[in-house]
Design a protein around this ligand. Structure first.
Ligand code: ATP
Ligand code: MG
Length: 382
């Protein structure tokens, strides 16, 4: 029986399979190893993953994304309440659990699904991806969760795996999974009697930042501590850019994208693209959107230093969990062998600069930034 490792991200999910030859991250029906965490409900069917991505703007009221952080929290929770206005779909309270659910038009009827059910749909898709690759049914899996998830969040995610017909052997902390993926093939780790090798892992994804300090000896790893900012991820940078251009376009083109969901969502997508371009280019990059609103074509531009100035409050926050890990684990810079980065948002150049400032070393990129968590989960049971 094969065990599957899943990294369920706020935007990207990866499926890894442990085979005799090693660990393999497998692709979905679009030959993409990254399956977006999106569920789109239509009058006839559900589209999940890559197939749902194209519906983000056209069917925004019934396309559920960004839902990882809604699970296992009461509807009244402050974070849930703050998140709701940023989501294009309707979030409602599920009376039986008190948690959040989504109200969508599905097969011609207004239907409420709990977040666990939405997760269940996503996990069903990920189960199928593994089954198609293995050409046999799968059940057993290990699923990653943020290290800061509470018991309730963990229990809710576990229920979602049951809804998908999966048998979740373990919920594995993201950071531990990454440490396992790092340590397993390292041949030169100190023997158990020697001083361990200490590595710091920094993961900044779409919705959260997590840091862990881990001590390695041959065949053994010990998590010394974890720190995090559960509310800081790539999407927060996109949001600031959207606000910036929304204000600029109000003056320049006399349009208010905040009054038009489709226009706002299109601007979001373009701002994310611009943010990624600014990771590899420091000069002026342009943003062009045709017919954004009221038949108006818009154009904006930004360079990396404008971006970093605009997002300076978020950039400052990245330093906090990095400093905290040194304090919590009583580590000095010279105790640390390497600082490994993973997660999409660590591609922003200021992250490497901040790591250098705090740890006085270059960030290492030994691991596959996108797939390390899923691989670690698959390794857990290999
Ligand atoms: P989480 O771990 O918070 O649940 P996730 O695992 O789904 O989220 P990742 O796939 O690690 O998130 O990262 C996605 C984020 O990384 C997005 O916000 C995306 O815009 C950002 N990102 C990806 N590539 C780049 C890049 N080249 N430059 C800047 N940001 C990037
Ligand atoms: Mg992640």
């Amino acid at each position: 029986m094969s065990v599957i490792g899943y990294d369920i991200g706020n935007v990207s999910c990866y499926t890894a399979i442990a085979r005799q030859g090693g660990i393999e991250t497998v692709a979905n029906e679009f030959s993409d190893r990254n399956t977006p965490a999106i569920v789109s409900l239509t009058t006839k069917e559900r589209a999940i993953g890559s197939a749902a991505k194209s519906q983000i703007v056209s069917n925004y009221k019934n396309t559920i994304s960004n839902f990882k952080r809604l699970i296992g929290r009461p509807f009244e929770d402050e974070y849930v309440q703050n998140l709701i206005p940023t989501l294009p779909y309707k979030v409602v309270k599920v009376p039986s659990t008190g948690g959040a659910g989504v109200q969508v038009l599905y097969c011609g009827e207004q239907t409420v699904f709990s977040i666990e059910q939405v997760f269940g749909m996503l996990l069903t898709k990920l189960k199928t991806i593994a089954e198609v690759n293995l050409k046999k049914p799968v059940q057993d899996c290990v699923v990653s969760v943020p290290s800061f998830y509470t018991d309730t969040e963990r229990r809710s995610l576990y229920s979602a795996t049951r809804i998908a017909g999966l048998n979740c052997l373990r919920l594995f902390n993201d950071t531990t999974a990454v440490a396992l993926a790092y340590g397993i093939y390292k041949q030169d780790l100190p023997v158990p009697e020697e001083k361990p090798r200490i590595v710091v892992f920094v993961d900044i994804g779409h919705s959260a930042m997590q840091v862990a300090a881990v001590a390695f000896n041959k065949g053994k790893l010990k998590v010394l501590g974890t720190t995090f900012d559960p509310y800081l991820g790539g999407r927060d940078f996109d949001r600031i850019m959207v606000e910036h251009f929304a204000t600029e376009f109000k003056g320049k083109y006399r349009i208010d994208v905040k009054t038009n969901k489709r226009a706002e969502l299109r601007l979001f997508t373009e701002c994310e693209k611009l943010k990624k371009q600014l990771s590899s280019n420091s000069g002026n990059m342009t943003l062009n959107i045709e017919c954004l609103m009221d038949d108006k074509d818009v154009r904006g531009s930004m360079n990396r230093s404008d971006f970093e100035e605009l997002c300076s409050s978020l950039i400052k926050r990245v330093e906090v969990p990095l400093q905290q890990i040194l304090v919590d684990c009583k580590l000095k810079n010279e105790d640390i062998y390497a600082v490994e980065i993973i997660g999409g948002a660590t591609r922003m150049p200021f992250v490497k600069q901040t790591i250098h400032k705090v740890f006085k070393k270059e960030a290492s990129t030994t691991l596959n930034a996108d797939e390390a968590v899923a691989r670690g989960c698959a390794l857990q049971c290999a």
